[in-house]
Design a protein around this ligand. Structure first.
Ligand SMILES: Cc1ncc(COP(=O)(O)O)c(C=O)c1O
Length: 406
């Protein structure tokens, strides 16, 4: 039985998916109770079993991302996508190097890139997206310079939901000999990714969004012909007499004790994704709900949508505004008056809003649809937005009357 969402209509799945499958909650508790020892550090049976669970997840996720299946040790675990993106950016770029990235990025790319520029003398180019929310691979090609050492691109936007043409961008990077890294935070578990077919050298992932695991686990999958420098050091559980951090994977990019609750959650969530028909089936269901929501918004006077004329190459995330209303006020009304959870503001992706011009109106209202949303949730959101937009029109008319009378 899946957990009930009670009365709350949760449409903030782009921030984190909730609820999780019941099997994920159970696996977290039961595995940690039975097997919560430090994996791979000792030779007793439980430590070996925990190590096997961890290693098996490396194998499963390497396959999931289309990485090098003969090198599962190159799937390295960390806390989340932010952690992984920091390791990639600081570990692949040096003083004087140039980075190509896009206006679609989350702060977990923008900030480390900007720190590399401000604090370590790197250069960066932010490539804009077009009117429909897509980056043109030719613009990536034009941005690459002789000193470009990394192209790093968001796969699915956490603001406008567009999915970037990774295969085409990967082909450009390969032809130019520049490593290509991808932030899959919004797409892992929601849209197919194939590192080998798409010429991707490193992906950063997070466990708690569409992968349906818990918070506190994420990581990097790195292709065999690419290396990420170590930018941290510490315990690895093996070769303790060696005075420096180990260079071999996975230790190279892993520091300290792993998150075994997170490992258990991802093992169970991958089982759940497979049993539910796989990423394509879940994505198709979520996109049908997204279309229902978008069609509903289209019929509401005063609701403004962005970059969703077509839902092709899109994930189940939409942002909107209501003419004449602050996004934050709309979010509060949805929450307080209708018990609907959304996310308002700049969504940690300020350049998207700057390019859309929505930075001047405090961003937008984001609806993120997840696997446990239903048509009833969508219809309730449409009804609520109909009422909120009517309030906005009424307020506007009152102000106009007030002005006439003055
Ligand atoms: C596109 C994108 N990148 C990175 C992140 C960071 O993910 P985490 O908070 O799990 O590190 C997010 C989270 O919202 C995101 O949407």
């Amino acid at each position: 039985m899946e957990p009930s969402v009670e009365e709350l209509i949760y449409l903030d799945n782009a921030a984190t998916t909730w609820p999780k499958p019941e099997s994920v909650y159970l696996a977290m508790v039961e595995t940690y109770r039975r097997l919560g020892v430090n994996p791979g550090r000792s030779g007793y049976d439980k430590a070996i079993e925990a190590g096997d669970l961890l290693h098996d997840l490396r194998r499963r996720l390497t396959r999931f991302f289309g990485g090098d299946e003969d090198a599962p040790e190159r799937l390295c675990f960390g806390y989340n996508a932010t952690d992984a993106l920091n390791l990639i950016i600081y570990g692949m770029v040096s003083r004087g190097d140039h980075i190509v990235t896009t206006n679609l990025e989350h702060n977990s790319v923008i900030r480390p890139v900007n720190h590399m520029v401000r604090d370590y003398g790197a250069e960066a180019t932010y490539v804009p997206f077009d009117g429909n929310g897509f980056v043109d691979p030719e613009d990536i090609r034009k941005a690459i310079k002789p000193n470009t050492k990394l192209v790093i691109v968001n796969h699915g936007s956490n603001v406008i939901g567009t999915v970037q043409p990774l295969a085409e961008i990967g082909a450009v990077c390969r032809s130019k000999g520049v490593p290509f890294a991808v932030d899959t935070s919004q797409t892992a578990g929601a849209a197919p990714i194939d590192m080998t077919a798409m010429n991707i050298d490193a992906v950063a992932f997070t466990g708690h969004k569409s992968l349906m695991g818990c918070m506190g686990i994420g990581g990097i999958c790195v292709r065999k012909d690419v290396d990420i420098r170590q930018t941290r050091s510490g315990g690895t559980g093996v070769r303790s007499a060696y005075p420096y951090h180990l260079e071999e994977y996975p230790y190279r990019l892993e520091y300290g004790s792993p998150n075994m609750v997170g490992v258990a959650s991802l093992q169970a969530s991958l089982d759940w994704l497979e049993a539910s028909g796989g990423v394509d089936v879940i994505h198709a269901r979520e996109m049908a709900l997204t279309k229902r929501l978008l069609d509903g918004f289209a019929g509401i006077d005063g609701v403004i949508t962005y970059c969703c004329d077509s839902l092709e190459n899109h994930i189940s995330t939409l942002i909107i505004n209501v003419a004449g209303m602050d996004a934050g006020d709309v979010g509060i009304m949805l929450d307080v008056d209708f018990n609907i959870a959304t996310r308002t503001g700049l969504h940690c992706a300020p350049l998207v809003h700057k390019q859309l011009g929505t930075d001047k109106i405090h961003g937008g209202v984001r609806f993120g649809i997840g696997p446990f949303n239903t048509e009833a949730h969508i219809d309730a959101a449409i009804e609520a937005m109909t009422e909120i937009a009517a309030r906005a029109r009424k307020a506007k008319n009152r102000m106009a009357v007030g002005q006439d009378e003055r």
